[in-house]
Design a protein around this ligand. Sequence first.
Ligand SMILES: Cc1cc2nc3c(=O)[nH]c(=O)nc-3n(C[C@H](O)[C@H](O)[C@H](O)COP(=O)(O)O)c2cc1C
Length: 336
Amino acid sequence: MGEIAVNDGSIMQEDKAMSAGRDITPGMDPLEPHRWKHGTVVAGVPWKNPVGTASGTFNLDACQDYYDVADMGAIGTKGVSPVPWEGNPSPRTAETPAGMVNSVGLQNPGVDRYLVDELPRLKALGATVVTNVAGHSDDDYAQVVERLADSPADMLEINVSCPNVSHGGMSVGTDPEALNRLIHRLRTMTDKPMVVKLSPNVTDIVAVAQASVEGGADALSLINTLVGMRIDIDTGEPILAQETGGVSGPCVFPIALGFVWRVRKALPDIPIIGIGGIDSGEKALEFLYAGANAVEVGAAALLDPVAPVRVARELDDLLDSRPELADLLSKGKTWK
Ligand SMILES: Cc1cc2nc3c(=O)[nH]c(=O)nc-3n(C[C@H](O)[C@H](O)[C@H](O)COP(=O)(O)O)c2cc1C
């Protein structure tokens, strides 16, 4: 692919090195029609397969040449805010073994633009859309949810990892009480299935999961990125302009899986979307055995734009020999 495309369609020149020389999955024609055998249901919304794209790692203009977006279980879009946001200064991505650290920030064109551009285009292409909501204050989230309430988005995903001024600059996703208050407020504003996307940067994931469900979440998605950094040993300074960023990719897979497992044990009935380090059907399957209803592919798509479809096809075949799991998923139930 040679370029990484994120956010609002901008190609980040500085990030080219991330994918230089890497090609799309060899031997697979992602545009070849595929008849999906195993679907899932997340909070009442049917997905034609259990694999979606993770927020911030899908870009419509970049991806539609590679695969049919309607082929995905769902398309998770970049977080949208009430007004356009520019994102953080460069450099904002760094490689790390089996992963990456990013401080892209919540660069996006704003909810008004999203409503007249990306969302209608995705719906016209037949995609099931999970719209990710970003905010720097509780009022920001409320404004975006209000604007999306009558939109054609299939599900809303509330990204509670953003720094929040209503919460002293800390992410609301780390404080069960503040999180519960926010979700409760948003719940009164929309009947759309509302997914709360949990931050892993907490000591007790079950407490924030419970607070979300008690606030009215219809589903949970986890995990968002883990806080981390890289340092340039020639200068002794952080590589990222923001100093720290969010770690994602295969290196976070076992951590994410452990979080899903713990939340599923504590909350047997809440639909869960498992995210973190998925780059194969086998890893997606592990999340389903840990109790997820569906999964999303993130960083893997920045190296190989076709990764989400490849993972979905690999999983579809793996589920052939697991009829009990496939049957549970098709009924909106889970293994654990
Ligand atoms: C460049 C980049 C941008 C992201 N932007 C968002 C975002 O806007 N909203 C959000 O909820 N998560 C965002 N994420 C987090 C991913 O959706 C996902 O939760 C995380 O990267 C873990 O999955 P992965 O290991 O498959 O990448 C972003 C991740 C990356 C790498």
